[in-house]
Design a protein around this ligand. Sequence first.
Ligand SMILES: Cc1cc2nc3c(=O)[nH]c(=O)nc-3n(C[C@H](O)[C@H](O)[C@H](O)COP(=O)(O)OP(=O)(O)OC[C@H]3O[C@@H](n4cnc5c(N)ncnc54)[C@H](O)[C@@H]3O)c2cc1C
Length: 367
Amino acid sequence: MTDVLIAGGGPAGSSLAIGLGRAGYSVELHEKSSFPRDKPCGEGLMPAGVAALDRLGLRVEGAEFLGIRYHHEGLTAEGWFPKVAGMPEHGLCVRRLVLDRALFGAAARTPGVRAFEGSVVEALVFRSGAVCGARVNRTDRPARLVVAADGVHSRLRRLLGLEQLKSGTRYGLVAHFGLASGVHPGEFVDVYLGKRHEVYVGPLPGRELLVAMLAWRDWEGGGFMRTVSMHPRLAGILRGAKLLGEIKGVSPLSGEARARAVPGCVLLGDAAGFTDAVTGGGMTQALLSAELLAAHLQKRFSADVEDLLVFDRARQRMLADYRRLTAIVLAAAARPFVIPAMLRVLKAWPGLFSHAVGVSGGMRRLF
Ligand SMILES: Cc1cc2nc3c(=O)[nH]c(=O)nc-3n(C[C@H](O)[C@H](O)[C@H](O)COP(=O)(O)OP(=O)(O)OC[C@H]3O[C@@H](n4cnc5c(N)ncnc54)[C@H](O)[C@@H]3O)c2cc1C
């Protein structure tokens, strides 16, 4: 019988498969899509995520960024990643097409891991009330432990009755642009804070730019291109740029779980809960959580819910500061009258902004 069956070959599932395979476990990794597959995302990997990739021995092509820069009606504040021992001082903007394929490919090459594309985990299989495997492409596959790493709108979370029924009020739209000649993509992730929306802009290799718009459902300023054009600096950068591919959307942005473990199964990555992309650390937190779960299972391999909850408590402690910061930034972004004051404070105290960017980067504790 397989030790661990993982549903979902995103950053959480693939990096867990690598960690467990290297530790000598037998792993099945099932991904419903085929690579290269895209995923709407801001594509900014924070320094702690870059460090996690290093620990996996993975190098992926990306564009380094030095921090976050907020813009609002002519005001600008720069938050540089702080210097922290053992961490890179930069994040990496990387196409999900590239990152996810590299991670899944590395998992597939790891001894002990069998990785399947086009492989849909349709249901869970139970024995005596505990999960004992999954139905994949109409076949039951037994496993000692099942990990649901199937993303923010997790089907397995729903099937387990763990869905937190709280509907999200935000959505995201993402597009890529090829810049006109002579325009430099920049060294920061630029965030344009507007009324009931933000626009994130990340530099990518090959003179490409990632533009992601996050908005509340009541944002009435128009669609993606109209919203982008409301920010004069950004409109200038995009003058003459070419839209590459389609504009892709995600709605709602969030998804929460009532509980994150049941006998025989544990939720991982966005499937375990995702509040919002406003602080841009989702991929990093998915990689770090996967690393934590692999280490936990190496210490004590058990599908017992009490043991899985030991991991879950450690994960919640690890994520707590990042989640607090996300709640603070989201509350501020929701109130347009707060934004100018917030930017003035961050501009006047660059050390404070750098500290906050360090927390979102997975490099520092909040207090
Ligand atoms: C608009 C937007 C902007 C964002 N910006 C950033 C950012 O700048 N930086 C950042 O770090 N994070 C960002 N995030 C968050 C980030 O995308 C997620 O946190 C991250 O992808 C979580 O990884 P994951 O492996 O948990 O889930 P996913 O990456 O969603 O992977 C889940 C995988 O499971 C597969 N799957 C689903 N159902 C099944 C099934 N039944 N069987 C088999 N496979 C299945 C899916 O195809 C997918 O490949 C953003 C998110 C959004 C929506």
